[in-house]
Design a protein around this ligand. Structure first.
Ligand code: SF4
Length: 242
């Protein structure tokens, strides 16, 4: 074995040891978050329409939950089917979803997604994504205008029970502070990094509890580190990252 091979092997061993340590840390954090916020279980019997999840998630971009919910309710009250949303005059859809903000952008995106689904599947249904290889399913969704990694992962995890880990602003911030991902990791990179590190069976509850923690304690501007049950594991609190 040449010197260069020995060096490469040494780096690989160090990297795998570091990865193992982060995975172990995630297991510990997962349990503490469950102790604090509970463990929400994914109801496998509950029938969630992935098209509804897609539309809802597009509506949720850059707004809060109550505005998203109001816009979604208005959309469903005004149009009885997704076909009706697809075929409606654009201004009527925009009007219905106005509470979500950015309605002139989100309305056409939802209609375009519905048209693309129809063209490619012959109906408005995304259940075919349940059986598609995961990376293909992600790529299919991300080909829709306005659908990024977060929206695609939410549809896959929440509506289709697939092994995708969505990263929103809270998950991104808290993961970086805890040192689970590099502080320079983009939101897009964080999807792949966390998907690799978090045990698959923990995706659902860990994702939700990082959001709970980001909202309750690890807030963007003023994290309440003194009240935090994770401070002894936190790189931000320990001062190793700013
Ligand atoms: S110690 Fe502070 S920065 Fe770290 S996770 Fe807790 S609240 Fe966030």
């Amino acid at each position: 074995m040449s010197l260069i091979d020995v060096v490469i092997q040494g780096v690989q061993i160090l990297m795998s040891e570091k990865r193992d340590a982060v995975v172990q840390k995630i297991r510990e954090l997962h349990q503490r978050l469950i102790d604090a916020y509970g463990e929400e279980q994914q109801d496998q019997d509950e029938k969630v329409d992935p098209v509804a999840t897609l539309a809802n998630t597009i509506l949720s971009q850059n707004t809060n939950d109550s505005n998203r919910d109001l816009a979604y309710q208005q959309l469903r009250a005004r149009f009885s089917t997704w076909e009706a949303v697809r075929d409606a005059p654009e201004k009527e859809v925009v009007e219905a979803i106005r509470p979500a903000g950015l309605a002139p952008t989100k309305g056409p995106r939802i209609q375009e997604a519905l048209r693309t689904i129809t063209e490619q599947q012959g109906e408005i249904s995304l259940t075919f994504l349940r059986d598609m290889p995961l990376e293909e399913a992600k790529a299919w969704l991300r080909n829709l205008n306005g659908v990024g990694p977060k929206t695609a992962s939410i549809v896959l995890l929440f509506a289709l029970g697939r092994a995708a880990f969505p990263v929103d602003t809270h998950v991104h911030r808290v993961s970086k502070r805890l040192g689970l991902i590099p502080k320079t990791a983009s939101r897009e990179q964080a999807h792949d990094l966390l998907e690799d590190l978090v045990p698959q069976k923990a995706y659902y509850a860990f994702h939700l509890n990082l959001i709970n923690h980001g909202r309750a304690i690890c807030k963007a501007r003023s994290p309440d580190c003194e009240a935090c049950m994770l401070s002894d594991c936190c790189c931000y609190y320990q001062g190793s990252i700013k």
